[in-house]
Design a protein around this ligand. Structure first.
Ligand code: ARG
Ligand code: ZN
Length: 421
């Protein structure tokens, strides 16, 4: 284990340099099964202390596969550690660069096929500039949409929220945030698809729109998103400079002011779960918090908050900061969770699992879902979308629409519940 930690620490230093486009040749994704508390502890230590060298694509869990991306030069040490501790594993993705290349080829082809069209489509992932102009055009397509600027990112890109309302009066509301994590491209693609459906096929979505207003933040970690498109497909965090470190960014889903610095958060700027120097240190999380607080203080009755993430196919309920912790209204959270996941399954057969974020995965402090619950929003959810690790974050663009369709089915259940509150 010492050998592993030493070699990991060495690599962490060399990894901080950001030059050109980062490649993942020979990087493998291991599916690791820690089936006892002791084995889990070993995995957890690696997770917390590896300074971003091993990339945990999914959160460590007991008795369930944990997906870990391993650089070729770490493979021997990592295998040794697993074998020494009797932890079973299999290689799930043999070469990450290969699926990145495939995704890019499919994406380029799909973009080529629709070149000349003025609006974005959902057969390909879009650039942030395209998402931005899509958002700006929504009110001219349908006056049920209004666009609000909610701030700017660290690199000065505009951040947006879109309100969708079929009434001049404020009604019960649902808030959605997406793309807090940069590499989870499916989340902003899904949020924009939902916006497009509601705006262009309003009559078809009575069940969704009747009596409810939506406040949708389609992409919040925009600098990270662009960085993941142009430089490092596996980038997760924001892009802010950390003083005293060459590693950039913090995990925006550890940066909210509830249980900040709690379980599952790191104080090391090179870690992928770095909580940041202080709660809401990031312009992007500050923008979300200010926007939501502003709505609440102007008496907008937000009854549900859904945070879009990938991957794993989980519908995660509060509380997420620690295991075996349940809000007093947990039975209602769970019944909505069950309704949502059966609605999802009914569309394309995709199976989700529901339960608290901390029971199903593990406890994390500073996440947006618990923050929202703590400020009094009744139903809070982290939706971990497709898939279960065949492609992970690198979900082929052909799955954007099916993923979005099943998400819309879940959202319909949320809308029904909110309406009856
Ligand atoms: N994968 C998400 C993350 O690591 C899960 C967050 C779920 N929320 C929670 N409070 N546990 O940010
Ligand atoms: Zn995420």
């Amino acid at each position: 284990k010492l050998i592993l930690v030493l070699s990991l620490a060495f690599l962490a230093c060399s990894q901080a340099k950001e030059v050109g486009i980062r490649r993942y040749d020979g990087y493998q994704v291991y599916s690791v099964n820690a089936d006892t508390k002791e084995k889990y502890q070993v995995l957890w230590d690696v997770y917390m202390n590896n300074e971003g060298v091993l990339d945990f694509w999914t959160d460590p869990a007991i008795g369930k596969a944990t997906d870990v991306m391993v650089p070729p030069q770490e493979e021997a040490a990592f295998k040794l550690l697993l074998e020494k501790n009797g932890i079973s594993y299999e290689v799930k993705i043999g070469n990450v660069q290969e699926i990145i290349d495939e995704e890019k080829a499919e994406n380029d082809q799909a973009r080529q096929a629709r070149s000349g069209e003025s609006r974005i489509g959902w057969t390909a992932y879009s650039t942030y500039a395209e998402i931005e102009s899509f958002v700006q055009d929504l009110p001219s397509i349908n006056s049920i949409a209004s666009v609000q600027s909610i701030g700017t990112s660290y690199e000065n890109r505009n951040l947006y929220a879109v309100k969708i309302s079929t009434s001049p009066n404020n009604r019960k509301a649902i808030l959605i945030d997406a793309n807090i994590h940069a590499r989870e491209w499916i989340t902003s693609a899904t949020a924009t698809w939902i916006l497009n459906e509601l705006v262009t096929k309003t009559a078809q979505y009575g069940e969704v729109l009747e009596g409810i207003d939506y406040y949708i933040i389609p992409s919040i970690n925009v600098d990270g998103y662009e960085y993941s498109r142009t430089s490092d497909r596996m980038w997760r965090k924001t892009r802010s400079v950390n003083s005293g470190s060459t590693c950039r960014g913090c995990d925006p889903n550890r940066n909210f002011p509830f249980q900040f610095g709690g379980e599952g958060t790191s104080s090391s700027p090179c870690s992928d779960t770095f909580k940041g120097p202080s709660a809401l240190s990031e312009k992007e999380t500050k923008a979300v918090a200010d926007y939501v607080n502003g709505l609440l203080s102007s008496n907008v009755n937000i009854l549900a908050y859904v945070s879009f993430h990938s991957y794993g196919q989980y519908w995660l309920l509060p509380w997420g900061y620690t295991a075996n912790a349940y809000p007093v209204d947990y039975s209602q959270q769970l019944s909505l969770g069950n309704a949502a996941i059966s609605a999802i399954q009914a569309v394309h057969g995709t199976r989700y699992v529901t339960g608290t974020g901390a029971d199903v995965l593990y406890g994390v402090g500073g996440a947006s879902d618990d923050w929202a619950k703590n400020i009094g929003i009744k139903y809070t959810v982290t939706a971990e979308m497709r898939d279960t690790g065949r492609y992970g974050f690198v979900l082929p663009p052909a799955q954007i629409i099916p993923n979005a369709e099943e998400t819309m089915a879940a959202l319909t259940e949320v809308a029904k519940r909110v309406r009856s509150e």
